[in-house]
Design a protein around this ligand. Structure first.
Ligand SMILES: C[S@@+](CC[C@H](N)C(=O)[O-])C[C@H]1O[C@@H](n2cnc3c(N)ncnc32)[C@H](O)[C@@H]1O
Length: 290
């Protein structure tokens, strides 16, 4: 990245994303384009304003360079290396991870009296109470994994995320949950044994994946679930990304027309049931055939 790109507009992209995962030059172009689009930005602006009022974890003691040194390099696919939500570097940035809780609390401020953490508690209730092994794919900073682990203290809960930044932040903000593990990995290639998981969770991940990857992830879920195991798929309304302009979302058009029930059925899941326990989010609960 050239110095001009890095410093443009007084905005130091390198300090946001770090030396190890420098965002490509086109990230800033996309972010600028998104800000200049003619659609209203009022929803985005209200979230940005509200973020400042949230209670957030303290990351001041984290030595990011040292923490990141413990992670190997994954071969990040191009679909993942996007400036999601207009953050340079996308999820491969300290800014995305450190800002995650505050952003989620701001976005879901009206969805539940306890904001996004309350939303997590509602979603956790969709996991069968007798689940022994639960995996959350694309688990981010693991607030949902933590809610599930607290609700099911005898279960082993594993939250997997491709971003080492999200993993580090998750380990800091959910350090008090003994039956929660947070690891780096891809949802489409978890490395977990066949038929080893009682319940799988995918929350707010698919609106950020191309359709082909959604299907690959569902195939992986089917592989790792035990027969009769449960998948809980939760995401944002399909037209939401069009109403949230200013936050760059590369798969906005695919999301508008994606049909979760058709794709889940094609991937071989059965017993599909809509359980919208935490609006505006929607959830579909379904099973791998027994
Ligand atoms: C919008 S966040 C949602 C995080 C979390 N599920 C939640 O409910 O807050 C999307 C997350 O999915 C992760 N992600 C996207 N594609 C992934 C993939 N193929 N494998 C693993 N993680 C992925 C990103 O790194 C990011 O942390």
């Amino acid at each position: 990245m050239s110095d001009e790109q890095t410093q443009r507009g007084g905005f130091d992209m390198r300090s946001l994303a770090g030396e190890r995962f420098p965002p490509p030059d086109w990230h800033l172009e996309k972010i600028q384009e998104e800000m200049e689009c003619p659609e209203p930005k009022n929803r985005m602006m209200s979230v940005v304003k509200r973020m400042g009022n949230q209670t957030v974890p303290d990351f001041s003691g984290v030595d990011w360079e040292a923490e990141l040194a413990a992670f190997g390099d994954l071969d990040y696919p191009t679909y993942y290396q996007q400036p999601f939500h207009s953050v340079p570097g996308g999820y491969l940035s300290e800014a995305a991870a450190v800002g995650d809780r505050g952003a989620m609390e701001a976005i879901y401020e009206e969805a539940h009296p306890r904001r996004s953490l309350g939303v997590r508690e509602e979603l956790a209730k969709l996991i069968p109470e007798d689940a022994g092994v639960v995996v959350d794919l694309g688990g981010g900073t693991a607030d949902l994994g933590a809610a599930v682990a607290r609700r099911l203290p005898k279960a082993e809960v594993l939250s997997i995320d491709a971003s080492p930044f999200m993993v580090v932040a998750g380990r800091v903000q959910n350090a008090d949950v003994p039956n929660l593990r947070i690891e780096q990995g891809f949802a489409e290639t978890t490395g977990m044994p066949d038929a080893s998981v009682d319940a799988a969770i995918i929350t707010l991940v698919f609106h950020e994946c191309p359709d082909k990857i959604k299907r690959t992830v569902l195939d992986e879920v089917k592989r790792i679930l035990k027969p009769g195991g449960t998948l809980v798929l939760t995401d944002t309304p399909h037209d939401d990304l069009h109403d949230f302009r200013g936050f760059y979302e590369p798969y906005r058009e695919q999301w508008l027309v994606w049909d979760e029930e058709a794709t889940l059925s094609e991937a071989g899941f059965e017993g599909l049931e809509r359980r919208d326990v935490a609006p505006p989010l929607w959830s579909v609960v379904c099973q791998k055939p027994g």
